[in-house]
Write a protein that binds this ligand. Structure first.
Ligand SMILES: [Zn+2]
Length: 403
């Protein structure tokens, strides 16, 4: 047994490492501050009290964190992750719905990596395993991003999915299980883009969610994009093979678009040995995944040409890409011609608006949560600097400070 005094010292060391720094009032000095809405402020200071930003005041003193020389911006929001999806102890893809103790630790580790990479809010779409992780983080028991989860997705299987009434009951069950939003699969893949839900089924799903005050995120390609838009669903995930007319209809209906520019596909290829042979990943799928990347790029550039299209940031982070979510910014700018500021804003104020969290996060403004990160570099000039997040504050607590 350890002597009691030594035990106390050890515990103090552990707490010093894991307990975020918390003062009642914190002042951050910034030489370059992106406000999350596309504006740049120079030589100013952010004043934080408790969990919230209370003022932007260049004269505020004393300075607790001097982040001059870095780029300071709101914590990022990833609209599409699978936070509990991990590799198992055999190093192979274990999916996102495993309920072992090991998988629970893996989910917590994913949350930590995501937060350290500058993502202070994520939307997980979804797995029932997300719920205890979301709740533990919300209670301050574990470090991680704020998590919103869809719990169990509605997976379209044609008539087998159920009648409109059965679908409505399924949506109500997700709400009862703690869903923050509803995830719907309305098509399979680019190779098999046929709708897997009828218009009537989609109408029922998105209408019931709307009645419950829940947003609907619909995995869709080709015709399913238009059908989900007509059904009044909130946001389209992925989207390739949709026509310009489908995209224009989305702008008329105010439907959000969350297309991907590469990270998810690159990750399957990078971690091929860990995915190959696991459900959904036979050897022959990998050359096809490689062929998909230019199709995603083409769709992204097609969407950018539609005036008024509302594009959010969603990386589709899963096993192997948690903590590398920001690679999706680089792909968007480098491979799809997205303006760097627009790419960043899509993960700040735009994502917050899409998630109806504008009154909580997404911008550096008084009254909002103090979700603040800093990058060693200028992401407007060099988008690859998004890999160098050296400071992370979430809700007024500092989790990383490596300036
Ligand atoms: Zn996904």
């Amino acid at each position: 047994m350890l002597p009691r005094a030594l035990l106390v010292i050890l515990l103090l060391i552990v707490f010093a490492q894991v307990t975020p720094t918390q003062n009642s009032r914190i002042v951050i000095a910034a030489s370059t501050l992106l406000d999350g809405k596309g504006h740049v402020l120079h030589n100013t200071r952010i004043v934080i009290e408790g969990s919230k930003i209370v003022a932007i005041d260049p004269k505020a003193e004393p300075v607790d964190y001097d982040l001059r020389g870095l780029t300071v911006l709101p914590g990022w929001i990833d609209s599409h992750v699978h936070i509990t999806w991990s590799f198992g102890s055999d190093g192979k893809n274990a999916g996102g719905g495993v309920n072992t103790q090991e998988a629970a630790y893996a989910g917590a580790a994913n949350a930590w990596s995501t937060l350290m990479a500058g993502f202070t809010t994520v939307q997980s779409v979804g797995s029932p395993a997300d719920v205890p992780l979301r709740d533990a983080i919300a209670k301050g028991q574990l470090p991680g991003p704020r998590i919103l989860t869809a719990v169990q997705p509605l997976t379209g299987r044609g008539d087998q999915t159920g009648s409109p009434d059965e679908i409505r009951a399924f949506i109500r069950n997700q709400k009862a299980a703690g869903a923050d939003l509803i995830k719907i699969f309305a098509a399979n893949s680019i190779r098999r883009p046929e709708p897997t839900l009828s218009q009537e089924q989609l109408n029922a799903a998105c209408d019931e969610a709307k009645k419950l005050g829940l947003r609907t995120l619909v995995h869709a390609y080709k015709d399913a994009v238009r059908m989900a838009t007509l059904a009044g669903c909130t946001e389209i995930e992925h989207g390739p093979l949709a026509s310009d007319d489908d995209l224009k209809l989305m702008t008329q209906k105010g439907t959000w678009l969350d297309p991907q520019a590469g990270l998810v596909m690159e990750n399957y290829l990078l971690n091929k040995e860990k995915f190959v042979g696991t459900p959904g990943f036979p050897e022959e799928v990998f050359p096809i995944i490689k062929e998909m990347i230019p199709i995603y790029h083409q769709f992204f550039t097609q969407a950018l040409k539609i005036p008024g299209i509302k594009i959010v940031f969603g990386s589709d982070a899963l096993a192997g890409s948690h903590g590398r979510n920001a690679e999706e910014f680089i792909d968007r700018v480098r491979d799809c011609g997205v303006d760097p500021m627009a790419a960043l804003v899509s993960a700040n104020s735009v994502a917050a608006e899409a998630m109806r969290l504008s009154d909580q996060t997404g911008t550096i403004s008084p009254g909002l949560q103090a979700d603040i990160i800093a990058i060693d570099g200028d992401p407007i000039k060099d988008i690859t600097s998004v890999r160098r997040v050296v400071f992370v504050m979430k809700g007024g607590d500092v989790y990383k400070n490596r300036k």
